[in-house]
Write a protein that binds this ligand. Structure first.
Ligand SMILES: Cc1cc2nc3c(=O)[nH]c(=O)nc-3n(C[C@H](O)[C@H](O)[C@H](O)COP(=O)(O)O)c2cc1C
Length: 251
């Protein structure tokens, strides 16, 4: 492959020269600006669903990290079985759950550069317990689900938004991770984007491993239509946009 200017420039994303080029004295953090909220605000009129807390779980089997790593693979075929609310609670806890609330920051079950945790988790739910079909958002601070809205022909829209990857729409739940880049930019300014992408990998890996404990499977999806996916979950595409997703179902 001929290395042209475009490739050289695009490869730069993976390198860390930007750290030396960035004037960190001018970041919003160092200018004394308040940090953005650790969780996207929501209106109290929206319906919320309590999720079983870790100490209340009854059917989450700790299969052991060695077998989880050994058996993990991308699963694209799911049984018709629903996921229980407890199982969804476990998967959300594993991927974005809060361990400790420190006020302006939180420690979670996944690592994040500078502990900035730039993600929100939306879940397209079609078969989880008794939940109505639709788009939900995880509220890690409360460990609750926020019902965002119902969607007509959600399966068709998921297929279109994943460039025809029909299997995604057959899953009882599809996790869609958005980034709110300012959470990271507040500290790292233009040196934020590589670490946001790396952060997303940790989140999805925890989903894969947690699935192993409940007889479920996941499949990381990076091939999606940006506009259609952002429209499906109704995010603005500028201050918040989809970066990664994964269907989840029993296998
Ligand atoms: C960043 C990333 C993006 C991926 N995107 C897709 C995708 O869009 N569609 C898909 O079917 N699989 C996708 N995969 C899954 C890979 O195809 C899969 O991990 C790879 O084939 C190895 O298989 P394994 O996960 O079972 O070990 C993606 C995986 C990663 C890590």
């Amino acid at each position: 492959m001929k290395i042209n200017e475009d490739i050289e420039k695009a490869r730069g994303f993976l390198k860390d020269y930007i750290r030396l080029e960035t004037d960190f004295s001018q970041t919003d953090q160092n200018l004394g600006i308040e940090p953005p909220p650790v969780q996207k605000p929501y209106t109290v009129e929206k319906q919320r669903v309590m999720l079983p807390k870790p100490q209340e779980w009854k059917n989450i089997n700790d299969k052991g990290i060695v077998s989880a790593i050994k058996n993990r693979r991308s699963q694209r075929k799911y049984s018709n079985e629903s996921l229980s609310l407890e199982e969804l609670s476990f998967l959300l806890w594993a991927t974005q759950g809060v361990k400790k609330n420190l006020g302006s920051t939180v420690l979670r079950n996944v690592p994040s550069a500078g502990n900035r945790h730039p993600f929100e988790t939306y879940i397209c739910i079609s078969n989880v317990g008794v939940l109505a079909q639709g788009i939900y958002r995880y509220l890690p601070l409360e460990h609750e689900l926020l019902f965002e809205f119902a969607v007509a022909d959600m399966e068709g829209k998921i297929t279109d938004a994943t460039m025809g990857q029909f299997f995604v729409s057959t899953a009882p739940a599809v996790f869609v991770w958005t980034a709110i880049p300012y959470r990271t930019e507040w500290r790292y300014s233009v040196a934020s984007y590589k670490v946001i992408a790396i952060d997303a990998g940790h989140v999805c890996q925890n989903l894969y491993l947690a699935c192993e404990a409940i007889g479920a499977g996941a499949c990381a999806i990076a091939a999606y239509n940006q506009k259609l996916m952002d429209e499906l979950i109704k995010v603005d595409g500028t201050e918040e946009f989809t970066v990664y997703l994964s269907p989840v179902g029993k296998v």
